[in-house]
Design a protein around this ligand. Structure first.
Ligand SMILES: [Zn+2]
Length: 205
């Protein structure tokens, strides 16, 4: 999965808050045409050249969409979990602590979905490492206090969760999904294609 580049004021390329694609953005300054033309200099509008949707920036901050610079969910994240993930995106700008609390629930649900069905998230993540979750991802989950001695229980508000922590949790959900769902699916497709071509060669002989 390509690295997520968050939207940034007057940058020409970043991941679009609507379509999620890494794409070029064109910037415009709106104006009011009255008796004279007045530029609204503190307001800037960015248009994604991939999906044509517009984001509105006031005083260098994205005002709309409210999802701001939260990354879109990995397409392979199960739909029932994606609802919670998208809710976290919706509340990030207003309350990063609420977003972080929701994202810890998302990780717990993802862990259950991946058959690491254990009441304790620490054991669940350890089970996932045995199933192929990279060890470094487990360490990152400890550092983000999802698991480990300092862990915050899923859904609990923690005063230390700031926007930067919430953004890291979004990234960790997407990396977990990539490692445990996207990559195994891609590998299976390649394996199936190779098996088909190998059996065709065997028939030819
Ligand atoms: Zn777009």
């Amino acid at each position: 999965m390509k690295n997520f580049v968050p939207p940034k004021f007057e940058e020409t390329a970043f991941n679009c808050p609507y379509c999620g694609a890494y794409s070029n953005h064109l910037w415009y300054t709106p104006f009011i045409r009255d008796t004279s033309t007045i530029s609204l200099r503190n307001i800037r509008i960015a248009r994604c050249v991939h999906c044509n949707e517009l984001s509105v920036w006031v005083h260098k901050n994205m005002l709309f969409p409210v999802t701001g610079n939260a990354p879109t969910a990995n397409a392979d994240l199960p739909e029932e979990i994606k609802t919670d993930y998208n809710e976290a995106r919706q509340v990030l700008a207003q309350s990063s602590r609420s977003a972080a609390a929701l994202l810890r629930v998302v990780i717990k649900k993802l862990c259950c979905h991946l058959n690491a069905n254990d009441a304790d998230l620490n054991t669940g993540i350890t089970n996932l490492v045995e199933k192929g979750l990279p060890e470094r991802l487990k360490i990152a989950l400890e550092m983000a206090r999802v698991i480990g001695e300092q862990a915050i229980p899923p859904g609990q508000i923690d005063p230390d969760d700031d926007p930067s922590t919430a953004l890291k949790l979004f990234a960790l959900v997407n990396l977990m999904t990539d490692a445990m769902i996207t990559q195994p699916n891609q590998l299976k497709d390649i394996y199936d294609a190779l098996s088909n071509s190998t059996s065709k060669i065997a028939v030819k002989k």
